[in-house]
Design a protein around this ligand. Structure first.
Ligand code: PMV
Length: 315
């Protein structure tokens, strides 16, 4: 796959099918969300000052030399310098992002991706998406604990992907572009926490959870076919089924269910929570003619932000 962009920036993402099940080896589908992005810039600093990492959105200003071991920005910077066998530069690296944090939109992966790209570019290197993805995966372990790897892949490639843990991401060809609304509950929900809850529940009743994950994996496979053949009508019911399984997995919330139901009643073809759940965002598949109506219904039902994105194949 070719890089979508050589700019030191990275998009948000949503998971269309298979969140959680993907942690347990089942397939999942994710798409980039280009309406929100993380960007990074590197400016030279006086000799001897070393690398300072600045993230104004979250009030961080961290000299790399004294950064805590587990600080994600510092981990991303150190990994990149190690990978390139480059000494610490005298520079200020600033990252900013319009992607809501802890909301299932891949903010952590996007910030790391932008940072890795900007640092590498400033040192005269252009990294391939696979290289960026592998570095960001290491940082994701801090955010997520046991990440499947889907976030770093979809964000680094900036393409719709079909993903199975431990395998290279497969790029999806979108037969017929389709429109998604992404509705934010406004409730932050750290992925690490929800993934740990699922892990505990799964350990108590593996047979039940394995069956749920199998069903989610089957839906992802069916969805892949629908996406590639341009059978958009088939996608909505598959999203509805996936949401029902996520409720059974106990990762939904009253607010998520409310927004999902609101979208359906307002004319969406299907809707589900997206990402770790218990908060964060839901997604709804809509026909273009109904997009504004459904978005309005979501806002009236309490969505703090609604993003409209078009899923298509990019070159
Ligand atoms: O970052 P989120 O909230 O989109 O969650 C990632 C999806 C999970 O399947 C829940 C975790 C993972 O590592 O794949």
């Amino acid at each position: 796959m070719a890089p979508a962009s050589l700019q030191p920036s990275a998009p948000g993402k949503v998971i269309l099918f298979g969140e959680h099940a993907v942690v347990y080896g089942r397939p999942a589908i994710a798409v980039p969300v280009t309406q929100v992005r993380a960007t990074a810039t590197v400016k030279p600093a006086p000799p001897g000052s070393g690398l300072t990492l600045v993230a104004p959105d979250v009030g961080k200003n961290i000299p790399l030399a004294t950064a805590p071991q587990e600080e994600p920005l510092a981990v991303a910077a150190r990994l990149t310098l190690d990978y390139l066998s480059a000494p610490e530069p005298d520079a200020t690296l600033t990252v900013s992002s319009t992607i809501p944090i802890a909301s299932g939109l891949g903010s952590g992966a996007a910030v790391s991706t932008a940072l890795v790209r900007a640092l590498a570019t400033s040192l005269g290197h252009t990294l391939e998406p696979a290289e960026v993805s592998a570095l960001v995966f290491e940082v994701e372990k801090i955010h997520h604990g046991t990440p499947s790897g889907i976030d770093n892949n979809v964000v680094a490639y900036e393409q719709p992907i079909y993903f199975v843990r431990g395998h290279p991401a497969e790029r999806l060809t979108v037969g017929e572009p389709f429109t998604l609304l992404i509705g934010d509950t406004g409730t932050r929900s750290p992925t690490r926490k929800v993934v740990a809850l699922v892990r505990r529940a799964c350990n108590r009743n593996p047979a039940h959870y394995d069956a749920l994950f199998d069903q989610m994996g089957d839906l992802a496979d069916e969805a892949r076919q629908a996406i590639e053949t341009g059978n958009v009508d088939a996608l909505g019911p598959l999203m509805d089924e996936n949401h029902a399984l996520l409720i059974e997995l106990r990762v939904s919330s009253p607010k998520l269910n409310d927004l999902v139901e609101t979208a359906r009643l307002a004319g969406a073809l299907g809707a589900k929570l997206s990402g770790a759940g218990r908060g964060g965002n839901m997604i709804a598949l809509v026909e273009n003619d109904f997009a504004e109506e459904v978005a309005e219904a979501l806002r009236n039902a309490g969505a703090v932000r609604v993003i409209c994105t078009r899923v298509t194949t990019t070159e």
